[in-house]
Design a protein around this ligand. Sequence first.
Ligand code: GLC
Length: 723
Amino acid sequence: MARSDVDVKKLLAQMTLEEKVGQLVQLNAMFLGESSAEITGPLEKLGIPQSYMSKLGSTLNFHGAQEMMDIQRKHLEEDRNHIPLMFMMDVIHGFRTIFPIPLGLGASFDPETVKECSRMAAREASAGGVQVTFTPMVDYVRDARWGRVMESCGEDPYLNSVMGAAQVEAFQGDDLADHDNIAACVKHFAAYGGAEAGRDYNTVEISERLLREYYLPAYKACIDAGVKMLMPSFNSLNGVPSIANKWLMNKVLKDEWGFDGVIISDYNAIGELKKHGITDDMRLGAKMAFDCGCDIEMMSSSYYKHLADLVNDGEISEQKLDEAVLRVLELKKELGLFEDPYHGASPEKENSVCLTPEHRDIARRAAEASAVLLKNDGILPLSEDIKRIALVGPFAATNEIKGSWSCNGENEDCVSVYEGIRSLLPNAEIIVAEGCSAKYDELSEEGIDAAVAAAKGADAVVLCLGEPQKYSGEGNSRADIGLPGIQMQLARKVIAANPNAVALTFSGRPLVLTELDKLVPAILHMWFPGTEGGSAAADLLFGRANPSGKVPMSFPKAVGQCPIYYNHPSTGRPKSKPDEIHQPYSSNYIGCGNLPLYPFGHGLSYSSFVYESLELDTDTMTKDSEITVSITVLNDSDRAGKEVVQLYMHDIWASAVRPIQSLIAFEKTELGAHERKTITFKVREPMLRFYDLDCNHISEPGEFTLSTGCADHLVLTKSFTLK
Ligand code: GLC
């Protein structure tokens, strides 16, 4: 696409103050037509007349290319300046072809998989009328009770950073005017994932040091990757909601990081300054948000009602307003909307691009790469020669496995576990018995007998268990993160009838699977795998695909351990054996070990990877030198497979407590049968830095260790000294 030559400054000069403000107002598409748009928040009375709609700058959540074109065409006729609307949507893990939830993408530990999926999502979304996606969400998370952990890539700042940047690059490409690219929006700035008690929208109180060390890096990585838009978070951060938080929005985002993209509020976040108790004066609210850099107000009306007056009264300079409007116009220009207000979208293109066999293949491979084999006593993979298989549990035949935030994806598009196994094993006898509900408040035992009967005569049983997809996502936190309802009761009875059983689990978060782990010889976790989830599950269960995912967020043994994460400091009374039940005067629980059931970086394979050596080319580093780390891995099996080789660092002595381990590099690599491979990493001084007590980002001379394996189960360690 030719670069637009529209002169946006000239365009700005001909706009009235009211028209300028209009560019900074975003309403759901339902206000612009007969949209069946999803409402992604509470509907407040906005008091914006229909006559104002021709002045809007952007809209969100509409349904498909035709609707977008109808709205855009009408808008261009009515807008005096013929400025195209920008169309935005939450394309979080797919537009129509849905791939695993981002927590599952995190588990893939494969940026290439993430890029391939995001490229596909951009193609489909753009054809479907989307020009900006509210993705990536890179909120750092430690508490699996929070429903939006499903949108994050987990508990490691480095993994979150790598995956966030990969999404930005893949969505945006090199030229936004290219019809296969759309603009990305990093969110939710900042530390939304730190909500107290894992309860959504709850208060966040975090030291600046912790913020900078864990919560901020991934946003910065997305900004460094060139993300065009940023969305502040709902939560109050250390006393002030992000949207009005000068320290966060001005000092960090603008002054320190130099972010110069468009900033859009989250849904009614400015209006919620009232509920936070900051102000009930929305004129003041508008000023606070604008002074914190918020360009576009989403789904509240303080800008519509007060911004022009604030300018006329001199409380906001018209120059600042112009700068905000120019950022919006420049983004529209970059998207080529002045030349093609539809950005290449059309119903025909949408139908031809979405849900193609190629896209389904991408989704299936991503689901395979994201699944984590949590436990396997050898029963998996199952034999394809199996004659009779029982699929038991609420996830045996349901197609509700696409997860929350799945945009235009349909449950009906999804391949269920039953359908996946049916097409893989056309001659096997498959008995399906739901057995019970997956809901916490549906406790009927009526289906258990039939499930037990189905299991009794089967060669193998697959227990298909999990939490409903509506139990994660926005506003969906849980105080108990076990298998809801009577699923464990079902599992115990089925296992008693036939111990030759494996568990296949589905969730939007790490679940407490402690009881299940004691009961079954194997657990394959699928997250919410998306449109091809059942196909991927079948391929993995029967060995057509080899599991390679790793835990991106610790699976607690008990919800009482939350927040639980691998990169924690030692404390002054660490336990000598972290998983022993109780040691006097140690940091521990009565009746429960400190370690998670499945730690960060854990994940089994049908191959057998042996870590033979970890070597350093020197044991001394200076600020200007580097260390080459060589890790040799042997695939001591007859099966090719992929392994995520992880490199962890520990800064042993420092002026502030340091985590016992920090992931500083990883590489997912394929090893053929009996293949030996050496993976090398370069370690340099910036990788050793931390935020000291004055929040200076520094490294300190001293002793460090480098290890591989996975958190809590490091297998090889070497020391070096930073001079
Ligand atoms: C929601 C979410 C945000 C989303 C926005 C638009 O409330 O917090 O992640 O992008 O509204 O749907």
